[in-house]
Design a protein around this ligand. Structure first.
Ligand code: P6P
Length: 342
């Protein structure tokens, strides 16, 4: 009996996709491909721990607080160290920075240094670890700007429009690796039976307009009047469809943005009276996710400026984040700049 494989299925692994993508970059030296492969291996190691978190005594919290004031969970530390250790000796990076570490993460002197800069949020949504909710890792790639010597903050504090790549890994019902190097956004789903990420979402495009909004409305009292007006407006009928919007909020940024990327709509994390910059970190969360969503045809802003154009002033600065379908972003921007009241 011959096995019929449908013509439409493409058995494309992440590794082959990365290799084939090299021809799109004439100056490719293989460093970039090696980088992405290193990240996919790190993802598998993190996923192995995340999937058994409920079974071993890895839950609970450490007594260390990270720079952003979140209580670190043991899985956070494991993910942070795993990504650093998987990437530090490959010779592709000159420096790293992690949401979980106050200072730059330099490459050990006895390891070769490369031309790329890696920023990462090792385990976004970690507050959900104990509830077995989808969490993820987010990464952002730049090229160094200093010509030689020990990399400095100048190499890291670059606006998001200078990214050469970005992506995230979702640890959920399945593990997904979503990335973009400037030529489309592509999603791969992990098949544990072969140990490979297989192409499952080729050239993802976000709908131009969506009817799902995602925000933590518990913060309503601290929002400015324009944001409060927008959050009331969005509960009325969606003019594009004549039907009401749906509210969806997982509380895990990488999962909320992934759903927005696939289904359309808008994710909002505004600033408030206590935290004008909001909660999300520009370098480790907003920029890489904005890069992905823009390359899928969407948009991202801090309410007044394109997220990717923000010139960062510090490694862990926060910025309000509105990301999603172009039409939804256009509408929220009109409310926030005062040109629209309803
Ligand atoms: P809130 C997780 O710590 C995180 O940074 C994002 O993953 C998530 O979207 C957000 O915080 C949730 O914040 O204030 O809604 O609990």
């Amino acid at each position: 009996m011959t096995v019929q494989v449908s013509r439409s299925s493409k058995f494309m692994t992440l590794e082959r996709h990365i290799n084939e993508g090299e021809h799109l970059h004439p100056q490719a030296t293989g460093q970039y491909s090696g980088l992405l492969k290193g990240l996919s291996l790190a993802a598998k190691l993190v996923w192995r721990e995340v999937t058994k978190a409920g079974l071993v005594n890895i839950l609970g919290t450490t007594d260390r607080m990270n720079i952003s004031g979140d209580v670190i969970k043991k899985l956070d530390e494991f993910a942070d160290q795993t990504i650093y250790r998987m990437m530090d000796h490959l010779g592709y990076l000159c420096v790293m920075a992690s949401e979980e570490n106050e200072d730059l993460l330099h490459i050990p002197d006895d390891y070769p240094s490369g031309k790329y800069v890696l920023l990462f949020d090792p385990l976004d949504g970690s507050g959900n670890i104990d509830a077995d909710v989808t969490i993820g890792s987010i990464f952002s790639l730049y090229q160094r700007v200093t010509s030689s010597g020990k990399p400095t903050l100048r190499d890291v504090l670059q606006p998001g429009n200078r990214q050469v790549g970005a992506g995230y890994i979702l640890y959920g019902p399945s593990m997904m690796f979503v990335y973009c190097t400037g030529h489309g956004v592509h999603g791969f789903t992990f098949d544990p039976s072969v140990g490979e990420f297989l192409l499952s979402h080729e050239n993802i495009r976000i709908p131009a307009q969506g009817s799902i909004y995602s925000m933590n409305e518990g913060n309503y009292g601290g929002w400015d009047p324009a944001m409060q007006r927008y959050s009331r407006w969005i509960k009325e009928t969606d003019p594009a469809t004549g039907r009401p919007y749906s509210s969806r909020y997982i509380g895990s940024l990488v999962a909320d943005v992934h759903r927005t990327l696939l289904y359309g709509g808008i994710y909002c994390y505004p600033g408030d009276s206590k935290n004008p910059g909001g909660k999300l970190r520009l370098m480790y969360e907003n920029n890489p996710l904005a890069f992905i969503v823009e390359h899928a045809g969407g948009a991202a802003t801090n309410g007044s400026e394109r997220t990717l154009d923000i010139q960062p002033a510090s490694l862990h600065e926060r910025a309000p984040f509105f990301v999603g379908s172009r039409e939804n972003i256009r509408i929220v921007t009109e409310f926030l700049n005062g040109t629209r009241k309803e």
